[in-house]
Design a protein around this ligand. Structure first.
Ligand code: PSU
Ligand code: MN
Length: 310
């Protein structure tokens, strides 16, 4: 089976791509594993709406019945959001086995980036990418998001890497894998729930238009692959990092005590941090996901305009 026959691209997305209009891919692990119901479905729909409001077409990615969905219909979003469906979590390495198995699976950033590239979509939005976990020196737990970005030509708009991770190590590894990290109006790597991490970024642009200009050049360079565009959470939702870190310390040691491993780590820690914070981190997570979808759409619109001009 070739890539094109396993892809099931919605009519709306296919038409937009054929006409050179802006499209933004969205991952679906945040629906199936990252956020609890009913916030998960609401956030997915709000992200799609934000993309449309900016004049781009959303393409939520998922795996179902042996097909790769690009522009998943509402019925699939509803099933992903329903814990009773027991959707699997697909990283890049899981795509073929889960397609063969035939069931329902969400896409992490790594899987969604791969799918976006196959479909010809250049922008993807998420909350925060995966990265180097705390204790990775002994556990080797490093998200495949990093290596996928190092290999695949897609721009990911996010609020940095999730602050449950080892952020300095994550930024180092992105540099090693030669993935550019560009701050949109910021010099500091955002820390997901918090505005800043104290880690200085090498590059900064001021607007979606400037970001699109960098993307056009990056994608034009021979041998270049992924790129990260980062912005902090909305200012009214940002949580000071010392507060966040105290919840993360508790949640991370609980995860270790319970022997939680692999793909279960990120959903467990995000869920515990939401409980420990009385829902504050959940509200911030939702707000930043929708905000990042909106920014990705603005950049995609500018990039489509550059393509037409050039
Ligand atoms: N952003 C969020 N919530 C999430 C994720 C991102 O706000 O749940 C997901 C993304 O799909 C990301 C994944 O790829 O978490 C990372 O999981 P892991 O650390 O197991 O690779
Ligand atoms: Mn992992």
């Amino acid at each position: 089976m070739s890539g094109t026959t396993m892809l099931s691209i919605s009519d709306e997305v296919a038409t937009a791509l054929a006409e050179g209009r802006a499209v933004v891919a969205l991952e679906s692990s945040l629906i199936a594993q990252g956020l609890p119901p009913p916030h998960n479905l609401e956030t997915a729909l709000a992200s799609e709406r934000a993309v449309r409001d900016e004049g781009a077409v959303p393409a939520t990615t998922a795996i179902d019945a042996g097909r790769v969905l690009v522009g998943a219909p509402l019925t699939v979003l509803e099933r992903l959001a329903d814990p009773a469906s027991e959707a699997r979590k697909a990283g890049s390495r899981d795509l073929a086995p889960l397609l063969a198995a035939g069931g329902l699976a969400s896409t992490t950033v790594s899987a969604a980036v791969r799918i976006a590239a196959m479909a010809g979509i250049r922008l993807l939005a998420t909350g925060g990418i995966g990265g180097v976990h705390r204790g990775a020196a002994t556990s080797f737990d490093v998200s495949s998001d990093i290596d996928e970005l190092a290999a695949t030509r897609v721009a990911v708009v996010c609020s940095g890497a999730k602050s449950i991770l080892d952020l300095p190590a994550t930024l180092e590894l992105l540099e090693t894998r030669r993935v550019p990290v560009i701050g949109i109006g910021v010099d500091d790597l955002p820390a997901f729930y918090s505005a800043g991490s104290g880690l200085r970024l090498a590059h900064r642009v001021e607007s979606p238009g400037e970001a699109a200009a960098v993307l056009a050049l990056h994608f034009g360079l021979e041998g270049s692959a992924g790129i990260l565009l980062v912005q902090p959470p909305p200012a009214d939702l940002a949580i000071p990092s010392d507060e966040v870190l105290s919840w993360i310390d508790v949640a991370s040691s609980e995860a270790a005590q319970r022997g939680i491993q692999g793909g279960a780590v990120t959903p467990f820690v995000l869920g515990r941090v939401a409980e420990l914070s009385d829902g504050r981190t959940l509200r911030t997570n939702i707000g930043l996901i929708v905000n990042n979808a909106r920014l990705a759409a603005r950049v995609a619109v500018q990039l489509a305009q550059l393509d037409r001009a050039g």
